[in-house]
Design a protein around this ligand. Sequence first.
Ligand code: FES
Length: 346
Amino acid sequence: MTDIGACTVTVLDVIEETRDARSLVLEAPEDVRDRFGYRPGQFLTLRIPAAGGSGTARCYSLSSAPGVDPHMKITVKRVSGGTGSNWICDHVRPGDTLQVLPPAGLFTPERLDGRLFLFAGGSGITPVMSIIKAVLARPEGSAVLCYANRDESSVIFAAELRRLVERHPGRLQVVHWLESVQGLPTAAALAALAAPHADRDAALVCGPEPFMDAVADAMRDVGLPRERVIVERFHSLTGDPFAEPEPLPAASGGDAGARVTVTLDGERHSLPWPSGTPLLDVLLANGIRAPFSCREGACSACACQVVSGEVKMLRNDVLEEEDLAEGWVLGCQSLPVTEDVEVTYD
Ligand code: FES
């Protein structure tokens, strides 16, 4: 059986944040805790059990911050008809255990001591909260947060944000946008709001798709360069990332395959790479715990950079032109094009 790195964590507490949002405080067992180091803004992938045994999986952002909160915490808001969010809100209790994949994701600022511009829509506040706490825990760095919600009762972390603003005067500014009062946040309205802050080092955006598109347009209009805007896009998963990867095909005379050199956690590995097998599957089958979450090109948890050689991707729903130009590829979707390929995860 291939060890794909899934772990069982214990639910220490369930916190009711709003009428339809809960936070789960989680603890990983001592012997795998080193796999649960994370960066602010990353997410966990949870197995959602289903009657009959075949489960599904969902990604939930961590709202806790490393070095600030003693335990990991994810925050989940009910989605109408949503399998994962409703199961969590209805069934998960303190003392329960959950199967998860270690933290992953690229929605994290390059520097925590810079001047950030943060945009959150609804439960998009979850990874943004993690980033805010991580920034404020340092002696330098500041954040302006634009936080859009349907109405006042749906504002997650309202009291905690108020406390942080009071405790860190001048370093955190929160601008609430309530649809019940101001209507939907349009690109033009967001650009007007953003104009005084257009010289910020980077903007990070998480929320519903139309909100993120409006923010991206607003950032373009106020002149913040595209490469300084980081957007978190989640797609619903259709497969089961907890499933065993397919065994590697035996080498055949007609398919010499390629060779890949991989740098991960400071170690270099050189492996044969069968031409029809995604890079991630090759690594997992060889006992190398490469990061991943969805295994279907939808989350970027498996992103790595091509150092030399060429690969092609079967599917890519998350990397943008700028990422591809910098050599980023999705390990779970990459097949070799050239005979020799070198990639790095570090
Ligand atoms: S694991 Fe999600 S894109 Fe590869």
